[in-house]
Write a protein that binds this ligand. Sequence first.
Ligand code: GLU
Length: 510
Amino acid sequence: MSQKVRVRFAPSPTGPLHIGGVRTALFNYLFAKKHGGDFLLRIEDTDQNRYVEGAEEYIVEALNWLNIPYDEGPNKEGNCGPYRQSERKDLYKQYADALIESGNAYYAFDTSEELDARRKDHEAKGKTFIYNWHNRLKLKNSLVFSEEETQQKIANGEEYVIRFKSPEDETLFLHDIIRGGVQVDSNILDDKVLFKSDGMPTYHLANIVDDHLMKITHVIRGEEWLPSMALHILLYRAFGWNAPQFAHLPLILKPTGNGKLSKRDGDKMGFPVFPLEWKTAEGDLFSGYREDGYLPEAVLNMLAFLGWNPGTEQEIFSLDQLIEAFELERVHKAGAKFDPEKTKWFQHQYLQLVDDEKLAEDFKKFLQDKKISTAGINVTRTVSLLKERATFVSDLWDQGSFFFETPQNYDEKAAGKAFKPETPELLRKVVSILNSSALSAGADDFSTENLSEKVKGWITSENIGFGKVMMPLRLALVGEMKGPDVFDILSIVGKEESISRIEKAIDFIG
Ligand code: GLU
């Protein structure tokens, strides 16, 4: 590729960015970075009726959270700005005019009532009304009116739109990087509106003009835009511009495989479909991966596999590795089933990769929010013992709350098994070992190894049977039969608190 690769992510700010949109952004980013190119963000906000307050900020925040920053875009001016279409609106009319000039577009004066009536009329006859070569010469447009009539209508302030004049009887051979050759019969195309009566361009016109002016080399976008590809190619041809290459990404399907994953599916099925939480103006709350405790790396890795795979067994990829491995040619055509369990799996893997100090910081924040004191507890050590069983930071609490809080009761079933008439005496002996000089000489002596050696040494020498001591000891410390090694727990909880918990259990049994 001799020309510098330039791609864009071009969302319309009509609400929060769905993970399908995030995947589009990610694939654009990966492709750009793989080829040393630029990744642009362009806000397609020409449809003011659909504009949603806060949506643009949401998009930018989501890209930042996921660490896929754009090189040019709103608030990051490059040479092709502005990057919001609403700020470029004066630019588009001249391009619509140029198409009229070259005979590729025309003025149409049909009112929406008239068009509706036509549509209904066709429907009644079991047909579909398409505004194109079929019937455009029977409608109210500048192909029918004389030049003077047309100019007169415009001068009179009659409302008009500008439509593209799609060709008759032509087979278009299109190429999509993912789908290969796509053939389209031009007779099925309608004469799309390029410019609206409100003086704003439609998506199609603004999109093509901007892709051209912004020197976009590859258009990577969702499959829902595949039907627009023919029109877009025809527009490039009409302007006499080189068209970029196209790649349409597969749909993201519901976990059942039945249909497109929709905005509402997530909360219905119990997983987020948005990167960040979103509150609608009506007060509805949609959950987000960030607020649900996911790591951005895990979400990114999961998204990369929605419709792409590297062709090897490797599943865990850092962003740099993704850039290295990514190829549009390896993106599938078939819809990609969304798998919330797999997302959790990625999250679990990434949590294991977080370094203990960093994870301890996050866990401390979590504990602070819950107003749990960490005084005297080595949180980094607890994290290193618990994380294997955790997917989210909150799981560290579910798995290890006993490090910070004295158990208030004992699991009934376990207590039935572990607390026996002879247990108090055995536990008293454990207390005396914990109190013994060998374990009191210095802080280090309350180490897991030392504790284990002393307690196990006693159990073996007295021939007691491990279960008789270890089960009630665990129950006394944890309240249930779970958690890491008992000696680690003793060591972390510390002498005073350990003894107090054991004495509490002795009282309970008594
Ligand atoms: N504004 C369109 C969207 O919201 C962009 C489609 C395209 O990438 O061409 O998806």
